[in-house]
Design a protein around this ligand. Structure first.
Ligand SMILES: Cc1ncc(COP(=O)(O)O)c(C=O)c1O
Length: 392
C-alpha cells in the first residue's frame, strides 16, 4: 500500500454514475404509493400514465423531439438493438435494401447486433475504418453509401477512448441520400448538447445510468415516419414499438436526470475538462512509455484514456483498486476478457500496447485533490505491474 486511504475514489463514471438526489426524490413515489401500471384504466393506472406522459414530454423537450418519438427501453443496449433491428426488419419487409453501415469502434450493443444481422439475417455490412484518434472520416461514409443502404449507425462519443464523431456531418450526408441514420449517444448526455435535429439523426439511443439517473432505463428516439418493425412482440405499450409494462419510476428518473444534466452542463463541462487535462498532462509527464488514446481535444470532457507498454490493464486496475481508486481498462462490458480491445486495434495500436489500457472517467463529485492523489500513486502501480510481468 502506498497510501492509507479512508474512502475509495470513484473514477469510472463512464461505466455508471450515482443517482442524483433530485432524480431519486422524483422516482420514489412511483416505487411506493404510486405504483400503478400505466396501462391500467383505473385511478392508479391513470396516475402512472400521467407521470409517464410528463416524463416523455420532458425527454422530448431535452432532445428537441416530439413526445410521440420517445420510446422507453430497459437499457442503452436494448435501445441500440431496437434501433438497428427495427429499421433492418422494416426494410426487409418492404424489400427496400440490404446494406448497413457502421464503424469499427462501436460499443458491443451495436457491433454485435450488426454482426448478427449480417451472419443470421443475410444483411451486407460495411464497417468503416477510423483514424489513429478513433474518428470516422465522413468521406468514407459518402463512399460507402449505396443504393441499397438502409441504415448508417455511428456513435456520438466513444466509451473506451472518449472520441467524438462527426455525427452532424455524417447525418447530413445520410439525409442527402435518403438513408436513415442512428447514433448511439449513450456516453454523451451529461457532456454534450443533444438536439436530434441539429445532429441530423433519425434514431438516437441513451441510457439514464450514464447521466445520474437509474440503471435499467434506456430511451430510444425514433423520428416520426421512420419505417420500424418491432423486434420484440407483445402488447401495445409504447405504441407497439417496445412492448412490455413500462418502468414508470425509471422513466420519471430518466426524464429528471436528462433535464438536469442538460441544464447543468455548462457548469460541469469546463471544470471537468480542466481536471481531465490536468490528469492527461500528469500521466504523460510521470509515466514512461505512455500514450493518450482517443482524440486530444475532440473528446468527452470527463474522459481520459491511455495505453502503457509492458503491462496488462486488468493487473493495473487491481493494483489501483488496492490503492483506493476505481478505474477501468476501457469498456465495462468487456472486462474479464484478456483480448486486446478491438477499438484500440482498429485505431492502429499493436496488441502489446492495446493490452495495457486504462480509462479514467471523472464525474460531478471529482475534485482536483482526487486527480492529484491518483497521479501520486499511478507511476508506482505501473512500475509494480511492469516488474511483475517482466518476472513472470
Ligand atoms: C457507448 C455505449 N453504448 C451502449 C452502452 C450500453 O448501455 P447499457 O449499459 O445501458 O446497456 C454503453 C454502456 O457502457 C455505452 O457506453
Amino acid at each position: 500500500m502506498l497510501l492509507v486511504r479512508r474512502d475509495p475514489v470513484y473514477l469510472d463514471y463512464a461505466a455508471t454514475t450515482p443517482i442524483a438526489e433530485k432524480v431519486l426524490a422524483a422516482m420514489l413515489p412511483y416505487l411506493s404509493e404510486r405504483f400503478g401500471n400505466a396501462s391500467s384504466l383505473h385511478t392508479f393506472g391513470r396516475r402512472a400514465a400521467a407521470a409517464l406522459d410528463e416524463a416523455r414530454t420532458t425527454l422530448a423537450c431535452a432532445l428537441g423531439a416530439r413526445s410521440g418519438e420517445i420510446v422507453f427501453t430497459a437499457s442503452g443496449t436494448e435501445a441500440n438493438n431496437l434501433a438497428l433491428r427495427g429499421v433492418a426488419f422494416a426494410a426487409r419487409r418492404q424489400g427496400k435494401g440490404n446494406h448497413l453501415i457502421t464503424s469499427a469502434v462501436e460499443h458491443q450493443a451495436v457491433a454485435a447486433t450488426v454482426a448478427q444481422l449480417r451472419d443470421w439475417f443475410g444483411f451486407e455490412v460495411t464497417v468503416l475504418p477510423v483514424d489513429r484518434f478513433g474518428r470516422v472520416d465522413p468521406d468514407d461514409v459518402r463512399r460507402a453509401l449505396r443504393q441499397d443502404t438502409v441504415l448508417v449507425s455511428v456513435m456520438l462519443a466513444n466509451n473506451e477512448v472518449g472520441t467524438l464523431q462527426p455525427v452532424r456531418e455524417i447525418g447530413a450526408l445520410c439525409r442527402e441520400r435518403g438513408v436513415l441514420f442512428h447514433t448511439d449517444a449513450v456516453q454523451a448526455p451529461a457532456y454534450l448538447p443533444l438536439d436530434v435535429n441539429a445532429l441530423n439523426v433519425d434514431l438516437l439511443s441513451i441510457a439514464a445510468h450514464k447521466f445520474y439517473g437509474p440503471k435499467g432505463v434506456g430511451v430510444l428516439y425514433i423520428r416520426e415516419g421512420t419505417p420500424y418493425m418491432p423486434p420484440i412482440t407483445g402488447g401495445g405499450h409504447e405504441r407497439g414499438r417496445r412492448p412490455g409494462t413500462v418502468n414508470v419510476a425509471g422513466a420519471v428518473g430518466a426524464a429528471v436526470a436528462l433535464r438536469e444534466a442538460q441544464r447543468e452542463q455548462e457548469l460541469h463541462v469546463a471544470r471537468l475538462a480542466r481536471l481531465r487535462d490536468r490528469l492527461i498532462a500528469g500521466v504523460l509527464a510521470r509515466v514512461p512509455e505512455a500514450q493518450l488514446t482517443g482524440h486530444p481535444t475532440q473528446r468527452l470532457a470527463n474522459h481520459a484514456s491511455f495505453v502503457f507498454r509492458g503491462i496488462d490493464g486488468e493487473s493495473l486496475l487491481m493494483a489501483l483498486d488496492v490503492e483506493g481508486f476505481a478505474v477501468s481498462t476501457g469498456s465495462a462490458c468487456s472486462s474479464g476478457s484478456p483480448e486486446p480491445s478491438p477499438v484500440l486495434l482498429a485505431m492502429g495500436f499493436s496488441p502489446e500496447w492495446a493490452l495495457g489500457s486504462l480509462r479514467v472517467t471523472l464525474g460531478y463529485p471529482t475534485t482536483e485533490a482526487d486527480i492529484d492523489a491518483f497521479l501520486d500513486v499511478l507511476p508506482t502501480c505501473i512500475s509494480r505491474v511492469r516488474l511483475a510481468l517482466a518476472e513472470a
